[in-house]
Design a protein around this ligand. Structure first.
Ligand code: CMC
Length: 432
């Protein structure tokens, strides 16, 4: 037990208690309030978990004030510039960068779990052609639990590892199948001779009618996008996966819960919303109107792709993506991309506006990602599904960490009750 404590005094009874303080290796320490209720009969109140650490974790570190993001201690900038997505998946899952032999073995495992059960394909037939891909993803990923439930012994590390490999491997296949369903095109099977991102793009865009060659530019850019989205510590979807899994639930069903949370526009759904917003704004002359709408407290409109709970500085992922956006558009000879021009100008104007400066609202990861996806031919309705594929490794890494955590208990928040105290039941004829 850590020797540091924080003295807390109950102003009503005058009684004091020493609460233990848990140190972190880097970043803020946390006061352990788990004994507070027993001592004082008090709960802590923190809607939205603004100042609450829900667990200990060794996976991802963020310093929101300085704009720092690290996976297992490695700066995101280094990983984005030098690593492959599966190398980063290995790093997140196992805590170390793999050697060449180890990475080859890991890649082989992920590649060979890419195939989905033929019966799973039937689930798509239940969806209308215009169903949102995220809705299909939630349903079909959740239904993986029906295929693997009986064989999954959560107490066995090997079985847990297998579940993680399956989720990372099958998400691209399911996401691509969801897209094919919206197009009315036949599903394309995964290819064992292709790299992870290459294989995904092939499943998305190939048809049985002709040879399809995946563009190296698209593969490279998506590899980087996937790395940037791979994990982000205790965000809403990851916390959802942890909370759902804390009851001992099937991990595939928990991942479906994570995808559900991700879909919201305050979270991963923002990448789709940014594109829609830019299209609505339409041209530079309308920016001011939308900035004013974003500042108006009576208007529900928010500048999508702006602001973050943790970053009070430029999101380091957005900084990388801004550059990548330039590069991709240059390589595609799309240098006069009006949406990119609009986004750059919107950022410039917002960052000079007192409202955004005061509140430390900067572009986040979703601000530029959509422009890149779109330039690479990914349809807008698939943007959040891209995020889900990439984040699947983060979800499974947190699930694995939680399953091995000796302090893990069912997640069960408390509340401040504001309802009636006690009422007497009235027979229906006597009610007014
Ligand atoms: N446009 C206008 N005002 C904003 C925005 C925005 N995008 N974001 C925050 N604010 C204001 C908010 O109204 C509040 O003002 P005040 O102090 O006057 O009441 C202040 O800034 C603090 O905002 P908050 O809502 O208390 O902050 P939060 O930490 O609860 O929410 C957020 C964070 C990301 C949900 C929010 O910034 C937002 O809605 N952004 C737009 C959606 C978005 O881009 N989401 C992607 C997040 S990053 C990727 C991911 O997580 O998937």
């Amino acid at each position: 037990m850590n020797a540091k404590t924080m003295l807390l005094t109950d102003p009503i009874s005058g009684r004091s208690v020493n609460l233990p303080v848990r140190d972190s290796t880097i970043g803020p320490a946390a006061v352990d309030v788990s004994g507070l209720y027993k001592e004082f009969g008090l709960f802590t109140y923190d809607p939205g978990f603004v100042a609450t650490a829900s667990c200990s974790s060794s996976i991802t570190y963020i310093d929101g004030e300085a704009g720092i993001l690290r996976y297992r201690g490695y700066p995101i900038e280094d990983l984005a510039a030098k690593a492959s997505f599966l190398e980063v998946c290995y790093l997140l899952l196992y805590g170390e960068l793999p050697t060449e032999t180890v990475l080859t073995k890991f890649e082989r495992s992920i590649t060979h779990h890419g195939l989905i059960n033929e019966a799973l394909k039937n689930f798509f037939n239940g969806f209308h052609h215009n169903a949102h891909p995220m809705a299909m993803l939630i349903g079909v990923v959740g239904s993986l639990s029906a295929f693997y439930h009986d064989t999954l012994d959560l107490s066995t590390p090997e079985q847990r590892e297998l579940a993680a490999h399956r989720v990372i491997a099958k998400l691209p296949t399911i996401a691509a199948a969801a897209y094919k369903h919206t197009r009315g095109e036949p599903f394309i099977y995964p290819r064992y001779d292709m790299r992870y991102v290459e294989n995904f793009l092939h499943m998305m865009f190939a048809t049985p009618c002709e040879q399809y060659r995946v563009s190296r530019l698209a593969e490279k850019a998506m590899n980087l996008l996937f790395i940037l989205h791979a994990d982000h510590e205790q965000n809403a979807s990851t916390s959802t996966v942890r909370l759902a899994a804390s009851s001992g639930a099937n991990p595939y069903a928990c991942i479906a819960a994570g995808i559900t949370s991700l879909w919201g526009k305050a979270h991963g759904g923002a990448n789709e919303e940014v594109l829609n917003m830019l299209e609505h704004i339409g041209s530079v002359e309308h920016i001011e109107t939308y900035i004013n709408k974003a500042k108006d407290k009576d208007d529900p409109f928010r500048l999508m792709g702006f602001g973050h709970r943790v970053y009070k500085h430029y999101d380091p992922r957005a900084k990388i993506l801004r550059e990548v956006c330039h590069r991709v558009l240059n390589e595609l000879a799309d240098t006069n991309n009006p949406l990119f021009e609009l986004a750059l100008r919107l950022e410039e104007i917002a960052l000079q506006d007192e409202y955004f400066v005061e509140r430390k609202l900067y572009p986040n990861v979703d601000f530029y990602s959509g422009i890149i996806y779109r330039a690479l031919g990914i349809p807008v309705s698939m943007f959040t599904a891209m995020f889900a594929i990439a984040r699947s490794v983060g979800w499974m890494t947190h699930w694995l960490e939680m399953m091995e955590d000796p302090e893990q208990r069912i997640g069960r928040p408390r509340q401040v009750y504001l309802g009636h105290t006690l009422r007497t039941y009235q027979p229906i004829g006597k009610r007014q």
